[in-house]
Design a protein around this ligand. Structure first.
Ligand SMILES: Cc1cc2nc3c(=O)[nH]c(=O)nc-3n(C[C@H](O)[C@H](O)[C@H](O)COP(=O)(O)O)c2cc1C
Length: 92
């Protein structure tokens, strides 16, 4: 068995790769229905999140039936990226 924090997964989990313009909620839900153990969001700009850009915040729309969901955040500034992790690695 594989564990990510409190999430228990089968020994060979099926993960949906993060794909820009593809891994949106309907596609993730479909993949989940078809057996994905974990799905990922499209990549999300940390700078977009900080500026509350609709295109970025929309990518954080996650529905219960999709869980567990990985969130892929990218950015050139580490502190901006860490703002959206919980708990922050810097807290430990
Ligand atoms: C249309 C498309 C969009 C992608 N977008 C992302 C992305 O947003 N972030 C990322 O890390 N990888 C992205 N990738 C790469 C995939 O996550 C994956 O690593 C790649 O397709 C190789 O997967 P495979 O080894 O299962 O074939 C994208 C790939 C495709 C085909």
């Amino acid at each position: 068995m594989v564990k990510i924090g409190s999430i228990e997964l089968p020994e060979f989990p099926l993960l949906l790769a993060p794909m820009e313009d593809v891994s949106d909620p309907p596609f993730r839900a479909l993949c989940k229905e078809q057996g994905a153990d974990v799905v990922y969001t499209e990549f999300i700009s940390s700078e977009g999140l900080i500026r509350d850009a609709v295109k970025s915040t929309m990518k954080l729309d996650i529905y219960e039936k999709e869980r567990p969901v990985g969130i892929q955040i990218f950015g050139a500034n580490l502190d901006s990226c860490l703002l959206y992790t919980s708990p922050s690695p810097r807290d430990s």
